[in-house]
Ligand binder design. Structure first.
Ligand SMILES: Nc1ncnc2c1ncn2[C@@H]1O[C@H](COP(=O)(O)OP(=O)(O)OP(=O)(O)O)[C@@H](O)[C@H]1O
Length: 268
């Protein structure tokens, strides 16, 4: 579904007076991974290590060096006629459900529609979007509600619905549940897993929340450190020091385990 090879991204490539200054260092370099249909790759790393940048490059939203292929087609080098279905097949679920909705959009019945008008097939896409945002609720309820009055979980489901309205096969989910409280987050993640099973979706899942990655990902790639493997390999027996440090920084919500581990650290 997705092949990324030797990805390199530099922001502000031409710096200085007429671009003659020293080029800034790349934000992302040497990134390689693949993602199969129906699977999730969790992209983790400390803040600023370039996961979001990588997600944007995968969708062709920012320029990059190297190669990104979706369903075998090069994201930048294919002709527009080849790219149109590929752009429809790869969608993003954004990080902030509050920033992504205007207060009146839902009332106007546009909350379930998505993408560039060229991608839409009118009422079909809109109806599908609304059904997806309310899989267990009455059809089209969101059309009558101001989005300012929709609660966070519902908003995030609308973001998911927008991404799904074009029937994508690949979704880049960039901190998609970061703005949600714990119980709503769990419900949205369950919904995403359910949709993955039903639609065979591939997710590139970017999150700083290791617990979210542990729940969602089949494979995990660590930015900066570069370790990659199955969820089990990376979480249970990380080989790289950077990954071990990243895992050790995750707070343990069990005070008894925390005390035992702290004691063990003091003894050693
Ligand atoms: N448009 C931009 N122009 C210049 N620099 C940018 C731009 N977007 C991001 N950066 C810089 O690139 C680096 C990586 O940003 P990115 O958002 O990809 O990181 P991240 O690991 O996803 O972290 P976070 O989740 O905290 O945003 C950061 O230092 C950031 O300041």
């Amino acid at each position: 579904m997705l092949e990324v090879a030797d990805l390199r991204i530099t922001y502000g490539g031409n710096s200085g007076w007429f671009g003659r200054g020293k080029a800034p260092p790349p934000t992302v370099k040497n990134v390689n991974f693949t993602l199969k249909a129906g699977e999730t790759l969790g992209l983790v790393g400390e803040s600023g290590s370039g996961e979001s940048t990588t997600g944007k490059a995968v969708l062709g939203l920012i320029p990059f060096d190297g190669s990104v292929r979706i369903a075998g087609q090069d994201v930048f080098q294919s002709s527009p006629s080849i790219m149109l279905p590929i752009r429809r097949a790869a969608q993003m679920i954004v990080q902030d459900p509050y920033a992504s909705r205007s207060a009146h959009e839902c009332r106007q019945g546009r909350c379930g529609t998505a993408g560039h008008p060229r991608h839409r097939d009118g009422a079909g896409a809109q109806g599908k979007g609304c059904r997806t945002s309310h899989p267990r609720g009455p059809d089209g309820r969101c059309r009558r509600t101001l989005s300012a009055r929709i609660f966070a979980g519902q908003r995030q489901r609308i973001c998911i619905a927008r991404a799904l309205a074009l029937e994508p096969t690949l979704i880049v989910a960039d901190e998609s549940v970061a703005a949600l409280d714990v119980s709503v987050r769990a419900r949205v993640l369950d919904l995403m897993l359910e949709l993955q099973e039903q639609m065979g979706l591939a997710y590139l899942f970017v999150s700083h929340d290791i617990a979210v990655i542990e729940k969602m990902a089949h494979h995990v790639a660590v930015m900066r450190g570069g370790e990659m493997g199955t969820r089990r390999q990376v979480f249970e027996s990380p080989k790289d020091n950077y990954t071990r440090g990243l895992m050790a920084a995750v707070p343990i919500p069990d005070p008894r385990r925390h005390r035992t581990e702290a004691k063990a650290l003091r003894v050693s």
